[in-house]
Design a protein around this ligand. Sequence first.
Ligand code: TRP
Length: 331
Amino acid sequence: MEIVVSGIRPTGNLHLGNYFGAIRNFLKMQEENNCYFFIADYHSLTTHPTPEDLHGNVKQVLVEYLAVGLDPEKATIYIQSDIPEVTELYLLLNMNAYVGELERCTSFKEKVRKQPNNINSGLLTYPTLMAADVIIHKAAKVPVGKDQEQNLEMMRTFAKRFNRMYETEFFPIPVAYNFGGDLVKIPGLDGSGKMGKSEGQGNAIFLADDPKDIRKKVMRAVTDSGPTEMNQTKPEAIENLFSLMKVVSTEDTITHFNNLYNKCEIRYGDLKKQLAEDIINFTSPLRERILELSQDNEYLKKVAAIGAEKARESASKTIKEVREIIGFRKF
Ligand code: TRP
């Protein structure tokens, strides 16, 4: 079993795009590997959340990931800030992380542009903290999206540098977790692009949305004035609605609306009504579980405590050895 580590940013609620993307991969990974999944709350301090927001976001993310099936019996699920060893490794790695290379990271440069009034050193050393997150468990693999590729490269750089400096092969050099290309792209409801929370109101369907909101969002989805020729290729906005049906509706439903489209007899209102009901059917059990778990602080506390204990066991072992390698030795 390989050691896999992934951090989850505690921002925003899960939507269908997350579910059919990252989440399904997480569920598969936890069956096949020794997974460490954590909520990256230290990282989120770079944006200066209020204490209430910080705690609320961490709770929401924990609840939703548990609701979709992340399993504390199969994976180690923990909160980053429960593992002080991570901060120690972060400090140690920072001694060998050069300001120049950190400044050249595209995500840092982007932050400098986006938040010119809050260019804190946590942003600069974001990649060192990520490296600490991963190599503290001597991980072999990290599931990363396109936007995190450079951060993975930095982790590899820091792990290799440590090994080179101390002439050891202590840290494995982590590689990207390869999903074998079965990533399903879930489009948004605004007629273009993928589902995302930053793409504007109503573009994403959240797992916690209630049926009323789902109906409203789907009924407002972008369409066109309808096909004018038999068997016409579908424009993107229409193709998107069919892509959504592919993940929540039955074959029969899809065939039915496809045939109507091809015969130019489709009524988008009917298609949307059906799609909304199928989405509701799919998300309802998840939504109920989310509501249930958010009331159950006792259970959340237990999950976090068990996760922290398991994660610290692995982290403290690494830190002890790292200290020894660096030369912090007992008299
Ligand atoms: N930076 C990641 C994100 O924005 C979250 C993260 C923090 C992470 N530490 C990590 C991901 C370690 C993978 C491994 O999504």
